[in-house]
Design a binder for this molecule. Sequence first.
Ligand SMILES: [Zn+2]
Length: 102
Amino acid sequence: MRCWWAIRIATSSGSTGSPRRHPGLEEAETLAKIEQRLYRWHCGCSHQKILAAIAPAFRADPEGIFGAGESIRVQCPRCAAAYHLTREAMEAYLAHTHKGGA
Ligand SMILES: [Zn+2]
């Protein structure tokens, strides 16, 4: 998924403007490669961060998140990485955060 995102960025920057108008534009293709690397490592998402993002909504309305199922698939809005969250993991996360506060 992360690779797919990186490839998409490289493709869009490579197709902007008119490629064959100036000879110097060959350099732009080299720049696109460097950009691809930067974006690939930019998103610092993790399973834990996705859990934390969903936690408030799950606490307010567990059925609204999971319905009758035991797990959901969440996609990072930034890098489109897919995470598999189970109801059990969600409850464990809430129990853990509850101990620290209040
Ligand atoms: Zn991400």
